[in-house]
Every structure is written in structure tokens, then in C-alpha cells.
Design a protein around this ligand. Structure first.
Ligand code: ZN
Length: 288
């Protein structure tokens, strides 16, 4: 009875506040979030393809994606790429170590069927190239509508496009517009940035203590982002939007205690090879 009364009060409260604080009634799970970094590859990569003003020397490069568990929601931020579906990239980019993303997930204790949502920061092979592994799951896939539309005209990586088309037909492809989008039942907010690709987006996890920005490829390393160094011309769809995204992430970092920037290709945090790394609130520690 008490529980029922609380529910009724909560409902009434929600209605009362709905006009002014629409987000207040979303069911946000409480408790500590769990954040894993899944490193599925390492290589070197030319500096001039990573940063503006870079030279031609090769620098250490990581191939990462993330998993956040919050309550009963298990969300991937990007998927890495599977050699099974996209043969050739491993050789082309000279990955010296590689693990199938789905195998890494298994090492972390997750099957594709455990994943409830997948955020795609953009449609490039190294971010969306394991999507076919999740076709049989019930995961909702979040992608910018502009990115999805733009990807229709791309000739390469047909397997990713076909998977997205199948997901769209199943009603499992959620298209994100220009307004920030809250991933249901989580503290994750998706925001279109459009600097790296036509519809690239960044994800923000925020609660009372944390402000975790997942940059996608708006910057390849956290240090570059914090130094305000943008992408080189050839890695930009829009230099202005890339600049705006980096400036915003830098300000966010400066202005909030507990702010962190997590990128997808940074070999400095964590330093290490293919494996599963758990965030302890300060750094990523290898678990598998
Ligand atoms: Zn990338």
C-alpha cells in the first residue's frame, strides 16, 4: 500500500512538474554505473591523419569501444569492426594485435543478447563494423539521422548498410535529430556534432558526480582534445563543427569536477594491448 501511495505521489509530482522539468520523470536507474573499455586492436597511425599540423611519423594508435552498464541497461558506444564481416581492414591498417569485438565482449561476460542499446558515434567501419553480430539481439541502435541518410550513398562497407537497413525494418534503428536525445532509462545524452562526418555524434553520461564525454572521432586522443587541436582537413566533414565540438568538450572538462573525455583511439589511456579494461573512477585497469 505504501509503495502504491509513493507511486501515486510520484505520478502526481511528475504531472505537476512536467510542464517545466520534462526530464524529471524519466526513469533513471540509480547506483554506480559500470564502464568498460574494450580494446580490440592496436596499430601505429600517421600523426598527420590524427591531428591538424601533424607530421608524417607513425604514432601509437588504439582501436577501442565502450560498454556502460546502468541498472538493467547495457549500452555499447560503438562496436569496433569484425574481420568476419569486413575482411581486409586489419591488414590495410596494419593492426599488430586484434581480437573479434564479440569475443572481447564474451571475455567481459556479455553475449550480444545482453546488449540493450548500441550508440553509433558514426558509421565508419571501425565504429559500426560489428553490427551484424547484434542483428539477432534486441538491442536498439542509435545513430544520427543525417549519418544514416548520408551512409546510403556510400559504396563501401555494404554489410554495415544492409544490417542497418534490416534494423530499420525491424524498428530497431533510432534516428537522432539535431536536438539532444536522452537514451531511455539511462543517464546518457546524445548530441550531434557533425565535425568528423556529416552526422557524427558524441555521447554524454552525466549524474551528480560524473560527466563522461565520449568524443567519437571528433578527437582521436584526450590530450589533443584538451589542447584544442582539431582533426586534419581530410578527417573533417566540417572543420568549423569539429572546432566547435572540441572547444565545447574542453570547456566542459574545465568547468566540471569529475569531467572526463573518452576517445576511441587513444593508446595512452590505458596503455596496453587487446583486452578488457574496467574504469575504477580514475583510470582503466585491465581485467581480461
Ligand atoms: Zn575511428
Amino acid at each position: 500500500m505504501i509503495r502504491r501511495l509513493i507511486s501515486i505521489c510520484c505520478l502526481a509530482c511528475c504531472f505537476a512538474l512536467a510542464a517545466t522539468i520534462s526530464l524529471a520523470c524519466l526513469r533513471i536507474p540509480s547506483g554506480e554505473p559500470e564502464l568498460l573499455l574494450l580494446r580490440y586492436g592496436i596499430s601505429d597511425y600517421p600523426e598527420n591523419r590524427i591531428r591538424e599540423g601533424g607530421r608524417g611519423q607513425m604514432i601509437p594508435f588504439a582501436w577501442d569501444f565502450y560498454l556502460i552498464r546502468q541498472g538493467d541497461q547495457v549500452i555499447l558506444i560503438d562496436t569496433g569492426f569484425s574481420e568476419q564481416y569486413l575482411p581486409g581492414y586489419r591488414e590495410m591498417f596494419r593492426l599488430t594485435e586484434y581480437g573479434e569485438p564479440v569475443d572481447l565482449l564474451a571475455r567481459a561476460g556479455f553475449a550480444p543478447s545482453d546488449i540493450t542499446g548500441i550508440i553509433l558515434t558514426h558509421s565508419h567501419f571501425d565504429h559500426a563494423g560489428s553490427l551484424p553480430d547484434f542483428l539477432q539481439s534486441e538491442a536498439i541502435v542509435y545513430i544520427s539521422e543525417k549519418e544514416w541518410r548520408g551512409f546510403q550513398a556510400v559504396k563501401r562497407d555494404a554489410v554495415i548498410r544492409e544490417t542497418m537497413t534490416a534494423l530499420f525494418a525491424q524498428g530497431r534503428l533510432r534516428l537522432i535529430g539535431a536536438d539532444p536525445f536522452s537514451v531511455p532509462d539511462t543517464s546518457l545524452l546524445l548530441e550531434e556534432s557533425g565535425g568528423h562526418t556529416i552526422g557524427s555524434l558524441t555521447a554524454l553520461y552525466r549524474d551528480t558526480e560524473r560527466l563522461w564525454r565520449f568524443s567519437g572521432d571528433e578527437c582521436y586522443t584526450t590530450d589533443l582534445c584538451l589542447a584544442g587541436i582539431g582533426l586534419p582537413e581530410e578527417a573533417c566533414y566540417s572543420r568549423e563543427k569539429n572546432r566547435a565540438a572540441i572547444d565545447r568538450m574542453g570547456r566542459e572538462y574545465q568547468n566540471h569536477d569529475g569531467a572526463r573525455i573518452f576517445t576511441m583511439h587513444d593508446r595512452s589511456g590505458p596503455v596496453g594491448g587487446v583486452g578488457v579494461y574496467r574504469f575504477d573512477g580514475n583510470q582503466f585497469l585491465r581485467t581480461q
